[in-house]
Each structure stands twice: as C-alpha cells, then as structure tokens.
Write a protein that binds this ligand. Structure first.
Ligand code: ADP
Length: 569
C-alpha cells in the first residue's frame, strides 16, 4: 500500500515538474511579434502621412524638390515586407491578417500610381513655367521693335497675363482661369493685328499658358484622387487586427501564469505528501535497522564470547601440558626419594618416615652419600614445583579480570607472557626469536593487548604447522616515533594470498575448516588496537611468511578504557 502510494506520488511529481518546466519555458519566451507588428504599423502610418503632406506641398509649389515625393515609397515597401513576415504567424494565433494586408497593398499601389502621375504633371508645369517668361520677353521685344505706338495696350495685357498666370500657378481658381482665358483671346487678337512675327511669338507664349492651365486642372484632380486613397484607413484596420492579437496573447499569458501558480501549488502539496510518506518509510526502516543492528550485535557478542572461551580452552590445554612436564618430573623425584628412604633405618623415638629421624644404614658409621643425593632430589623437586608455580602465576596474570582497565604496560613482558601461553603450540614447529628494542612502558590495557598477541602468535603457529621446514617466529619491538611504538609478529608460514589479504580483518572471515576457526580473532584484534588509538596491518608473501605490524601510541585514547570495558563486558 505504502509502495503504491509512493509510486503514484513520484509519478505525479514527475508529471507536474514536466508540465511546470514547459509552462515556465513558454512564459519566459514571450511572443514579441504582435508588439513588433504594432510598432511597424505606427511607423508606417507616420511615413504615409508625411508622404501625403510632401505630395501636397509639391502640388502647391511649396516644395520645389519633386524627387522627395518618391523617397517614402522605398521605406514603405520595406515596412510592408516586415509586416508581411510578422503577420505570417498570425493565423496560428487565431487571427488572419491577409485580408487587411491585401487591402493596404492595393491602396498603396493606387497611391504610388497617382504620385507618379503628379510627378509627371509637375515636371510638365515646371518646364512650361520656366519657358513662359522667355516667351513673354520675346513677344515684348518683337512688339517694341515693330510698332511702338500700338505696344502699350498689348504690353499691359501681357503684363497682366503673366501676373495672373503666376498667381494661378500658386492658387488656381476657376474665376482666375476664366479671366486668363479672356486675356489670352485678347492677346491672340492684338498680336495678330500687330504683325505676323508678333502673332507667332504670342502663339508660343499662349501654348505654354495652355499647357500650364491644363496640367494645373489635372493636378487638382490628382490631389483629390490622392486624398481619396484609403492607405491610412488600411493601416488603421491592420492596427486594430494587431491590437486584437496582442490582447489575445496577453490573455493567454495571464492564463499561463495562473496555470504556473496552480502547478506550483500542486507541486508543493505533492512534495509535502511525498515527504510525509518518506518520513513514515524511513521511520520503519530505522526501526528495522535498529532491530537488525541489535541482532547483529547480539550475534557478534556471542561469537566474541565463544572465541574468548575457545582461547581460554586453548590456554587451559596449553597450561595443562606445560604443568604436566614438571609435574611428572616432581613425581619421579618423589618416587626416588621414597626408594632412598626405604633403605634407611629409623633412629630413636622419632616418628617413622620423617627425614630428620633417619640415619643411613652404613656399617662403618661413616655418613652415607645417599643423604646428599636425597637433598639434591629434594632441590630438584622444589625447582619443578617452582616452575609449576610460575606457570600458574603467568596464567593468573594473563587472565586477570581487569577487563579494559588501563595501566602502564611492559609490552615485552606481555609478549613473553603470550609466548609462554602459546609455547605448547609453537615449540614443536618453530623457534621463537625475541628481537626487543628499548621501548618505554605504554598506557594501555594489558589483558587486551595480551589477547591480541596470543591471537597473532597462535595464527602464526597455525600457518607454520604444515610447513616442511621448522619455522621461525620473531617477536620484534621498536620505537616508531616520539610518542608511539611498533610491535611486529613475523612468521615463516604459508603466507596469505593477495586476494585474501584485504579480507582477513573482516568479522567471520576464515580460511580454516569448520570448527577450527571462527574468523573473529583478527577482527577482535583490530577493534582492540583501534580502540587504543593505534593501527594493525599485515604484509605477506605466499610461501615466505607473514608479518603483522601494530603501531600503538604511548597513551591510549582518552575514552579507550570505557570502550574497552564495554567491549569486554
Ligand atoms: P581464524 O583464525 O579463526 O580463521 P582470524 O580472524 O584470526 O580467524 O584469521 C582470519 C584468517 O586470516 C585466517 O583464517 C587465515 O586465513 C588468515 N591468517 C591470519 N593470520 C595468518 C598468518 N599468520 N599466516 C597466514 N594466514 C593467516
């Protein structure tokens, strides 16, 4: 049930995260096209309005540079292309701008055509306006040269016509045009009367005037047409479309923001739920873990206990063996004493069987040699008993119940003591070499260290047991540094293969047959040395032997006593 909830929760969180990431990516990259479209349209509207004003100024003669009216065409075409590109994505947003764009395009084409015509018409007017004063001057000269008396009325007429034409070019009106028409007829008649040359020159002048009048009329019509072209309206329509687009997009973005908020909220809720499930799960795991740890500790302490018992058993066996030899010896001595005493005669009233009351049965009254022999045998017996006493003291010392109590330990004495306990294991298979350096006593637990040394010596003995040659066990001590010592226990046994070497300190690791090894010896050694604040390591070569090196500080770690006591409990 919990597992299902956890899976559901994880899948839900993963989906939410994916959705949230997508939404955030969409929010972080807003579509700027509608606002760019609006900016381009505003620019276009401005250019269009300025263009119309330029054309009007040209027509009114306020702007003599008619090239300037062509310049905006390029700018507008450029904007149009940009707008067309931006608007290409509009159908995807639910807005189709193509109709508005087509309307603008057609209005724009009309406007360009009209402007082209205005340009042509303006160039014709300016050409005739330039030639008009020349033709008028020619006519004056002609009139003055032929008949001066008839000139004043024609000259006046000519002057008026030129002035009226100039004002018509700037502000054309129907009334002025009619007046000019009348004056033109009058001039034609007056010039005809004056002379054929004057008539011909007058015709040239009148032809220019006619062109100006005609083009001016056409210009007025073109301006009307130009103002009727709906480019501004088409741009307005496009702007309305773009604004609708932008509004839609803003609405979408606000919806997106709401969705992000909702997703975030759901994510927080789902994470809290997952946290609750995890907490519950970890609480159970912790409980199981503690139970397992407890079971493991129980199993370990049982094994440690049994390994201690087996060490004790081995020690008892060793000691029994060691005591047996002097005991047999003492027994033999006592048998000899008894035999010697049987041959002696009791004297006086002394209690029979006591040495002091015995006299040698010598006939010549000389002291019997057997008294001296008897004394020697008693000395031998006492020596045997002393050996037994020493062994018992060693055993007592070795197994003193000091648990982990720390005191200043003589390491060499502790090594000797362990070697003596293990003597029965070692003596038939190897020679023991003691290579002791001058090392100070160190602050440590003697019992625990002896346990370590005994273990290492026993392992060495086992490793040398099946070797064809008699082995060599070296016990070495050296000063390691100013505040630490080094102890080496080296054997010439089988050695440890490189693949086994890294595992020998693991609890329960053994290569010995079932019932022969627990695999706890080295792991206990490791723990004891580590608790003292020291290190233990092994180097080995198969077929050559193994050396265990222990480095110990002069003072055990501050809490070592407490921890060793706990371990020994
Ligand atoms: P056990 O002696 O009960 O097997 P230990 O922890 O004392 O457990 O030793 C673990 C293993 O390390 C041994 O089984 C043996 O394979 C290896 N070993 C330890 N000391 C030596 C040694 N001096 N020479 C060769 N192998 C050794």
């Amino acid at each position: 049930m919990i597992v299902t909830s956890r899976i559901v929760c994880s899948v839900f969180i993963a989906v939410l995260l994916a959705v949230l990431a997508t939404l955030l990516a969409m929010l972080r990259a807003p579509d700027t096209r509608p606002s760019e479209l609006l900016a381009s349209l505003a620019e276009m509207k401005q250019i269009d309005a300025l263009w119309s004003a330029d054309v009007l100024s040209l027509e009114l003669g306020l702007n003599p540079n008619y090239d300037s009216v062509a310049a905006p065409v390029g700018k507008l075409a450029e904007r149009y292309r940009a707008i067309e590109t931006l608007a290409a994505g509009a159908p995807a947003w639910g807005h189709d701008l193509s109709a508005s764009l087509a309307a603008y395009r057609s209005a724009m084409d009309d406007k360009i055509r009209i402007v082209e015509r205005i340009k042509a018409q303006y160039s014709i007017i300016s050409n005739s306006s330039r030639l008009l004063p020349i033709a008028a001057a020619d006519l004056f000269a002609e009139l003055e040269g032929s008949r001066p008396q008839s000139n004043p009325p024609i000259a006046d007429l000519l002057t008026r016509i030129v002035i009226d034409m100039a004002s018509y070019i700037v502000t054309p009106s129907e009334q002025l045009r009619q007046a000019i028409d009348t004056q033109m007829t009058a001039l034609r008649e007056a010039a005809g009367r004056a002379s054929p040359e004057a008539a011909s020159k007058a015709e040239t002048l009148l032809a220019h005037m006619a062109v100006i009048l005609r083009q001016k009329q056409l210009g007025t019509r073109l301006i009307v047409d130009l103002t009727a072209v709906p480019t501004a309206q088409a741009i307005d329509r496009l702007q309305r479309d773009a604004q609708a687009l932008e509004a839609d997009q803003n609405r979408d973005r606000s919806l997106l923001r709401d969705l992000v908020l909702a997703c975030t909220f759901l994510l927080i809720a789902a994470t809290a739920w997952a946290g609750y499930l995890l907490r519950r799960h970890y609480r159970r795991l912790n409980q199981d873990n503690s139970a397992l740890q407890q079971a493991n500790e129980d199993a370990q302490s049982q094994l440690i206990q049994s390994s201690k018992l087996s060490a004790m058993g081995q020690m008892v066996a060793g000691i029994t063996h060691e005591i047996n030899t002097p005991l047999a010896y003492v027994k033999a001595v006592f048998c000899l004493i008894r035999d010697q005493m049987a041959e002696m005669h009791p004297v006086g009233t002394a209690a029979p069987g006591t040495v002091a009351e015995l006299r040698p049965a010598a006939a010549d009254g000389q002291p019997d040699d057997r008294i001296g022999e008897l004394n020697m045998l008693i000395d031998e017996g006492l020596h045997g008993l002393e050996e037994i006493t020493n062994l018992i003291i060693t055993m007592k010392n070795f197994s003193r119940l000091d648990k982990g109590r720390l005191e200043y330990v003589d390491i060499e004495e502790a090594l000797d003591s362990a070697a003596l306990i293990a003597r029965s294991e070692v003596k038939y298979i190897a020679d023991t070499v003691k290579d002791y350096g001058k090392i100070p006593r160190i602050h440590a637990s003697p019992t625990q260290l002896k346990q370590v040394f005994l273990n290492l010596i026993n392992n060495a003995a086992h490793a040398m047991a099946d070797q064809p040659k008699r082995g060599k066990l070296t016990l070495r001590t050296r000063a390691e540094s100013e505040d630490s010592i080094r102890i080496e226990i080296e054997d010439s046994g089988t050695g440890i293969p490189p693949d086994v070497l890294p595992r020998i300190f693991d609890p329960f690791f053994t290569t010995k047959d079932v019932g022969k090894g627990t695999g706890m010896g080295l792991s206990i050694c490791y723990r004891i040395i580590q608790t003292h604040g020291g290190t233990i390591s092994a180097r080995s070569e198969v077929g050559v032997g193994t050396t265990f090196t222990i480095i110990l500080p002069h003072r055990a770690k501050a809490d070592a006593e407490h921890r060793l006591e706990q371990a020994a409990a």
